[in-house]
Design a binder for this molecule. Structure first.
Ligand code: ZN
Length: 343
């Protein structure tokens, strides 16, 4: 949409040269360019472990054709966050993973569509009032009722991405097990040795807050799949086991990718040094600086830094101390201050 009047103050726009963009509508009263605007929307195809996808019917759009979840991206939101939110609002599903499929310009709606494919275990749908009906449909049957495949229909960008992810596009001889993260077969893909190495005994925090102690890794008697044996550190202290492949899995929570479980000793160590780091940055204290220096040079800092790079720290954890530049500068300026005291 090309603005004739300033959307902020209503002044009739003139044009003004804006670098490579050439002549652009300009509000002389606000002193701002008013570039052509369009809506940014998401469209999300949701699939489950039974090779089914959710198709919805919205009677105001069509009484014949089905589509998948879609909606406007809100200001301040990323496309990924909008995708997760729309699926939760329209279908009552919390996606467990999300993949980007691409963008499509939808001329009729003056919209840029961001297409995604999301996974969730099969569950009952809780529909919003916007949706007249929706159901899990075998993926092969979906095109029978879906809106026709025309240029600009982002539904097919998502659908083709789904076929590609699941290996149904004929480009692979058989579905790649790497793309079946939720099936029993894939869960056992983590070897026993890998599970032992990556899930050491100790305390862990589940992304929803519960704390657990990993006792060890067991082998499933029938399948030999590695299983994590762990104990709840609350309530009745129940003992549980869970396929090791699921332990390290990344999931989407509140629109942010995170781990299902975080190592508590690591979180506590980062928290401890983060406090020292903030204290020492405000008021240099020789003992605190010594502890920070020991942390930095001991190899523990590098371990935590790498864990952070691997997404093994919760997104909300404050971790200024893991910024190499910031910590190095602090230690450096402190050592200069001690070797060259102010006259
Ligand atoms: Zn204006």
């Amino acid at each position: 949409m090309r603005y004739q009047y300033c959307p902020q103050c209503g002044t009739k726009l003139t044009t003004k040269t804006a670098g490579d963009d050439g002549e652009v509508p300009f509000c002389a009263s606000c002193g701002k360019y008013r570039f052509d605007s369009f809506a940014s929307c998401v469209i999300v195809l949701t699939y489950n472990e039974y090779d089914e996808i959710v198709l919805c019917r919205q009677n105001y759009l069509s009484d014949r054709y089905t589509s998948v979840t879609s909606g406007y991206i809100a200001p301040g939101e990323t496309a990924e966050e909008a995708a997760v939110r729309e699926v939760r609002e329209e279908l009552g599903i919390d996606l467990e993973s999300l993949e980007y499929a691409g963008t499509v310009w939808f001329d009729k709606g003056d919209m840029l569509m961001h297409a995604f494919v999301g996974f969730a275990h099969k569950c009952e749908l809780k529909l919003s009032k916007e949706i007249d009906s929706a159901q899990w449909v075998p993926y092969k049957e979906a095109p029978d009722t879906m809106f026709p495949d025309r240029p600009g229909n982002a539904l097919y960008t998502a659908y083709r991405k789904y076929l590609e992810i699941r290996g149904f596009d004929g480009k692979r001889e058989s579905p790649d097990p790497a793309f079946q993260p939720q099936t029993d077969m894939a869960l056992s893909r983590l070897t026993y040795e890998e599970a032992v190495r990556t899930i050491p005994p100790g305390r862990y925090r589940h992304m929803k807050g519960g704390e657990y102690e990993v006792i060890g890794i067991a082998r499933h008697s029938e399948t030999e799949a590695p299983m994590v044996v762990y104990k709840a550190l609350y309530g009745d202290g129940g003992i549980w086991c869970r396929p090791a492949g699921m332990w390290n899995e990344r999931v989407i929570r509140n629109g942010i990718p995170c781990r299902r479980f975080y190592r508590l000793d690591r979180i506590e160590r980062v928290e401890k040094y983060e406090r020292l780091f903030n204290d020492a940055a405000t008021a240099p204290d020789p003992e605190k600086l010594r502890l920070l220096d020991a942390y930095y040079t001991s190899g523990e800092w590098l371990e935590d830094y790498e864990a952070d790079e691997n997404g093994e720290l919760p997104p909300e954890l404050k971790r200024g101390v893991l910024s190499q530049d910031a910590l190095y500068d602090l230690l450096e300026s402190a050592s200069e201050a001690t070797t060259h005291p102010d006259p």
